[in-house]
Design a binder for this molecule. Structure first.
Ligand code: NAD
Length: 484
């Protein structure tokens, strides 16, 4: 399902061994640090979040430059919009909510438990390991970190080897901001990542492909380390017959082409009513030309992360064309050297072609014509559960049928991507698109142990159940059986 490019690594055996030793030493230092302050105060957590915010502010221009270097070209606006601004907003949100999130929850007891009292304490788990992908390299490493720090944990970060300039900048920024036993960065490729995920963290967050996610879960299982898996997949867009293309298509094109489709929640394929495909394609083409005129010479358009990824996208289109799909160029031309992949629609590709079987993760829009809504819903439900689902239309009954008839990690109605940008909406996949969630309080809870605590009172009826068992115990059991 992933369709990701096989990782290439230049890691040397000595380099990997050094990284392994560093991972072990850092984890030991962080666990020792944790033991000196098992449940940090509000002030300690707030200070860590404030330092993180200052770090992003101070380094944001260097991060923007480094990320653009890694991509070949990534506009400053895109990195500011998708990496810098959401992270800083999430830090502010966490700082505002922190006291409320930390507060113990009082729980009322059944009469059989009274007059004892009970509460749930929210405590940190310890040390959280965070493994990130390349596509939003800052956001997808620091967003989980915000939840982890808010919940009182320490953390180790492993950013992607495909963004080496950014990873280097992040390592320097973090080293300047945090003690190594609070937050630390480990850099490296799959071999280092393998060692990282085999380390006995108290929790792991993995954002990446489904194939690698499986390996991470296997490695973590050996230590019984719980994992939050943020994976990808094919996110559908349903265009309802009641849709107004003038309203829907600009939003769809924006969500598809932001970061050139290298977005986990990007619309992957569009389900379009039979008989309206031609109108849809001409609306998409006009909108692509409006948002990104003159491709490949358009600085607002993000390049593809590597030549291997560019070659993969080219091959997806060629395979679909060879297998009888219609390929429609949506505007401009490719520039292989600059890794500018001009947007393309692929219509009616067979199910077993890469474009229909794998997550596209690039500026190729697959188009599938459907007849009835039931058919569109069944098409989605036959496949792996998607990370995101989008529906465009005006017909409220159809909207309800789609919402209740499908399962997805998250949904935006009449737009794309935006459910992800809300701190109070939990973000996470389901089935093959992952499990667990974070963002806002959901993240705080993911990185916390909710510890139930019962405080017994001076008077307790439990003594009537002590042995030796006689008539009193029998009477009590009858009472509990009836009223308990
Ligand atoms: P990837 O799985 O190739 O790599 C992700 C991370 O895993 C990298 O840091 C890499 O070093 C590490 N890694 C590689 N091999 C490993 C191993 N054997 N054990 C442990 N870690 C290993 O993914 P990618 O290409 O960087 O990212 C693209 C994928 O990520 C897409 O499928 C996309 O949908 C998904 N994604 C999901 C989200 C989300 O929030 N759900 C966000 C962004 C991307």
């Amino acid at each position: 399902m992933d369709g990701q490019v096989a990782p290439r690594t230049d890691e040397t055996a000595t380099g990997v061994a050094e990284s392994e030793a560093r991972i072990t030493a850092l984890l030991a230092a962080q666990k020792a640090g944790w033991a000196t302050d098992v449940t940090p105060s509000h002030a300690t957590r707030d200070d860590r979040l404030a330092r993180l915010d200052r770090m992003v502010e101070a380094w944001h221009e260097r991060f923007i430059t480094a990320i653009s270097e890694d991509f070949g070209n990534r506009p400053a606006v895109v990195t500011t919009l998708t990496d810098i601004v959401p992270v800083r907003a999430a830090i502010r949100h966490a700082r505002r909510q922190l006291r409320a999130w930390m507060r113990p929850r009082r729980v009322s007891l059944a009469w059989t438990g009274k007059p004892a009292s009970a509460q749930i304490l929210r405590q940190p788990l310890g040390v959280v390991g965070i493994v990130g992908p390349w596509n939003y390299p800052l956001n997808l490493v620091l967003s989980p970190l915000i939840g982890a720090l808010a919940a009182g944990n320490r953390a180790m970060l492993k950013p992607s080897e495909l963004t080496p300039a950014f990873s280097q900048a992040l390592a320097l920024a973090v080293a300047e901001t945090f003690a190594e036993d609070e937050v630390a960065v480990v850099t490296g490729g799959p071999d280092v990542a393998t060692a990282f995920t085999a380390a006995p963290f108290d929790h792991l967050v993995f954002t990446g492909s489904t194939a690698v996610g499986r390996k991470v879960v296997e490695a973590a299982a050996k230590n019984l380390t719980p994992v939050t898996l943020e994976l990808g997949g094919k996110s559908p867009v349903i265009l309802d017959p009641s849709v107004d293309f003038d309203k829907a298509v600009p939003r769809l094109v924006w969500g598809k082409l932001l970061n050139s489709g290298q977005t986990c929640v990007a619309p992957d394929y569009a389900l379009v009513p039979l008989g309206r495909v031609a109108d849809f394609l001409s609306a998409v083409k006009a909108e692509v030309e409006r948002q990104y005129p003159g491709l490949p010479a358009n600085a607002d358009y993000t390049s593809i992360i590597s030549a291997r990824h560019f070659a993969r996208l080219t091959q997806l289109v060629e395979e679909a064309r060879d297998r009888g799909a219609e390929v429609v160029e949506l505007g401009g031309a490719h520039d292989a050297e600059g890794r500018v992949f001009a947007p393309v629609a692929v219509i009616g590709a067979p199910e077993d072609t890469g474009v229909m079987a794998e997550e596209i993760f690039g500026p190729i829009l697959a188009v599938v014509a459907y007849d009835t809504l039931d058919e569109a819903i069944a098409y989605i439900n036959r496949r792996d559960r998607p990370l995101a689902l989008y529906w465009f239309g005006e017909d409220k009954a159809a909207e309800t049928r789609v919402l209740t008839g499908t399962i997805a990690g998250g949904v935006t109605i009449n737009d794309t991507l935006l459910h992800l940008a809300q701190d109070d909406l939990p973000f996470g996949g389901v089935g093959a698109s992952g499990y667990g969630a974070y963002h806002g309080e959901a993240g705080f809870l993911t990185f916390s142990k909710e510890k139930p605590v019962l405080k017994q009172s001076a008077i307790s009826g439990v003594k009537f159940l002590y042995p030796p068992y006689g008539r009193v115990a029998s009477f009590m059991l009858k009472l509990l059986g009836r009223l308990g």
